[in-house]
Design a protein around this ligand. Structure first.
Ligand SMILES: O=C(O)[C@H](O)[C@@H](O)[C@H](O)[C@H](O)COP(=O)(O)O
Length: 225
């Protein structure tokens, strides 16, 4: 398994550089295909990347934007990743992009999973994926100790999977490992000493214990203190 680790002088440089890299890769992909798909994480880290990316001049009308995973909460909830996307990425020039939903209003993710799959599946593979990582080494919503962990890591996994885990306060939905790995370009965005230590700690562990290991091969890890 090999990945590139890029360390930045500070977070601001990381965020700007990553936004430019994503934009460049989307532009290249748009030269080869009519539509392209960008998948991004939610959580607390990527907001400033979205702030930079949404101002970039590219043909956003041909870009599909989606989340790598979502918390099963209504879109107006504080913890909704879709809300974060709408507020900070699908704005400015990027308001022209199309959102591929990872949430539809209903009680449990299973209730409308097939509908989501029907919308997302024809748009795959992902062109560019950005992933986050938790200090427990989860990525997307593939958590250690999750109920469907092994299924989500399986090469034959369906594209989407509901996930419930001790480390996640609400039910989740996640793209599975084969879909994330099918992306033409993979970036992992982490900041702070704790996450760098977690990445070190993942070394040599099976993906069941350290799910980040399931997506590291061929990825670029972007880190700043
Ligand atoms: O919905 C989510 O929580 C994410 O998509 C998740 O996989 C996230 O990337 C990590 O938990 C890191 O989160 P932070 O950036 O908040 O540390």
């Amino acid at each position: 398994m090999s990945y590139r680790f890029e360390e930045y002088a500070d977070r601001e440089m990381l965020f700007i550089d990553l936004a430019n890299r994503i934009a460049g890769e989307l532009k290249d992909a748009l030269e080869r295909a009519e539509r392209v798909v960008l998948a991004v994480p939610g959580g607390t880290t990527p907001g400033p990347v979205f702030d930079d990316l949404c101002c970039v001049d590219l043909d956003w009308a041909r870009v599909d934007v989606m989340l790598t995973d979502e918390r099963w909460v209504p879109e107006d909830h504080d913890r909704s990743n879709t809300r974060l996307l709408r507020e900070r990425l699908l704005t400015g020039r990027a308001a022209e992009a199309r959102l591929l939903p990872m949430f539809l209003p209903c009680q449990e993710p299973e209730d409308r999973l097939a509908e989501l799959e029907e919308i997302i599946s024809p748009e795959l593979p992902l062109s560019v994926v950005v992933l986050g990582m938790g200090a427990d080494m989860h990525t997307a919503s593939i958590f250690p100790g999750a109920d469907r962990l092994e299924d989500a890591l399986d090469k034959r996994a369906p594209i989407l999977m509901p996930m419930r885990a001790p480390g996640a306060p609400e039910p989740r939905i996640t793209l599975t490992a084969p879909v994330l790995n099918g992306a033409m370009s993979k970036h992992i965005l982490i900041v702070g000493a704790e996450k760098r230590a977690a990445l070190e700690n993942a070394k040599g562990k099976p993906a069941k214990e350290a799910p980040i290991n399931a997506v590291l091969d061929g990825a670029v890890v972007h880190w700043a203190e």
